[in-house]
Design a protein around this ligand. Structure first.
Ligand SMILES: *[C@@H]1O[C@H](CO)[C@@H](O)[C@H](O)[C@H]1NC(C)=O
Ligand SMILES: *[C@@H]1O[C@H](CO)[C@@H](O)[C@H](O)[C@H]1NC(C)=O
Ligand SMILES: *[C@@H]1O[C@H](CO)[C@@H](O)[C@H](O)[C@H]1NC(C)=O
Length: 365
């Protein structure tokens, strides 16, 4: 009778064997008395210098991968070649450090959970090594809860280890210094009956992050008092006030620095008018003229603001008396009022009035 066909088995027999591990390749003949046989081995089409029924490969590399087959001989008769059994050597991929929750960025001072993930390494017993080394208080874990510090500016990275095999170091999750909130307003005054849109954003932020994945909640303040907390960075306001914002996220809540304050005024419907006394729009050097801001309606008391492109600026009063006009007083003048009792309520700007101070009368003669 023909000698039985041998089979090749691998020990361990699991499908995922990593580089650096040790494996035993064995040639088995059913019912055969092992001692009497001499063996011949092949990987693919290549013969291997090995004559025993089993052998160990320690510190596997990718080059050990392939289809193994064997046959055996005894008293000059050969068995058939076995079917080939494939040894797949998995080279563990570079791990990634992820955050829990999966924010794209971490800031110094924040408390977060960092996790080392080895793609394709699931199911294997890894041990982990971290940078900075201060995390590696044994036993080492795949996950740490850390408070991010600026001195870890090189970031956080990890690698996996099992038997003699090590993955590459992951890319570092870098630390960004404490972020600041930025506040933008689409305009600085609420129009009569309208609203202003304020936008709060955290800077620096990773460019790819959408507001939802970055995890920020936005805290709004009006005149120093809590105003609203929203998960989206935009609010629409119709009340005047001194607005600021900051971002917060995590547990315990980590806050960004406050934004600059932005003053939003409410526009009231009274509209000022600039008048000249006397009402000549062209006067001559040395003459006296008064530029006046008039606001009609009620007995409201106002503070006045002027805007002009003249060289000499008027003071913040309703009346600007020019005793001896010069060309430095020439320009366009407009004014607005701010309520004394309610500083965020202002009028619109008046129309501009042009004052032209001519150098001399002589050319008229
Ligand atoms: C000032 O503006 C607020 C809205 O910000 C409004 O409620 C209030 O009535 C205004 N005050 C006056 C005196 O018009
Ligand atoms: C000056 O005032 C007079 C009378 O109040 C008016 O008729 C005239 O149009 C005004 N002129 C200008 C330049 O405002
Ligand atoms: C002020 O601005 C007006 C309009 O822009 C211009 O015609 C005028 O020459 C300017 N006057 C001065 C003094 O700059």
């Amino acid at each position: 009778t023909d000698p039985p066909k041998p089979t090749v088995t691998l020990q361990p027999s699991r499908t995922q064997i990593y580089s650096g591990e040790t494996v035993t390749v064995r040639c088995e003949i059913q019912g055969g008395e092992r001692a009497q046989w001499t063996y011949e081995w092949r990987r693919g089409q290549k013969n291997i210098h090995e004559t025993s029924s089993e052998y160990r490969i320690s510190r596997l590399t990718e080059s050990h991968g392939g289809g193994y087959s064997c046959r055996a001989t005894r008293s000059s008769s050969w068995t058939e070649w076995s079917d080939s059994t494939t040894l797949r050597v998995t080279v563990p991929s570079k791990p990634t450090v992820t955050l829990q929750p999966p924010w794209p960025q971490i800031y110094s001072g924040e408390t977060v959970t960092v996790r080392c993930e080895i793609q394709g390494g699931e199911g294997a017993q890894w041990t982990y090594e971290w940078r900075p080394a201060k995390l590696n208080t044994p036993p080492t874990y795949s996950e740490y809860r850390i408070t991010v510090t600026e001195s870890d500016s090189g970031g956080y990275s990890c690698r996996g280890k099992r038997s003699f095999s090590r993955t590459e170091w992951s890319d570092a999750l870098t630390v960004v210094s404490k972020p600041k909130a930025e506040l933008r307003a689409d305009r600085t005054a609420v129009p009569v009956g309208g609203s202003v849109t304020l936008t709060c954003s955290v800077s620096p932020s990773s460019s790819s992050s959408s507001s939802s994945s970055s995890g920020w909640k936005y805290y709004w303040y009006r005149d120093g008092k809590s105003y609203e907390a929203l998960t989206n960075g935009q609010i629409s306001v119709s009340e005047g006030g001194l607005y600021s914002c900051r971002g917060g996220r995590g547990e315990p809540v980590y806050y960004t620095e406050d934004s600059e304050s932005v003053r939003i005024d409410t526009t009231v419907s009274n509209r000022p008018v600039v008048t000249l006394y006397p009402n000549w729009s062209e006067i001559y050097r040395g003459e006296t003229i008064t530029v006046r801001c008039e606001i009609h309606g009620g007995d409201t008391e106002w503070d006045y603001e002027w805007e002009t492109n003249s060289t000499i600026k008027p003071p913040n009063q309703n009346e600007y008396r020019i005793r001896s006009a010069s060309s430095s007083n020439s320009g366009n003048y407009r004014c607005k009022g701010r309520m004394k009792s309610s500083q965020h309520n202002t009028t619109e700007w008046s129309d501009s009035v042009t004052l032209t101070v001519s150098d001399s009368k002589s050319y008229l003669l």
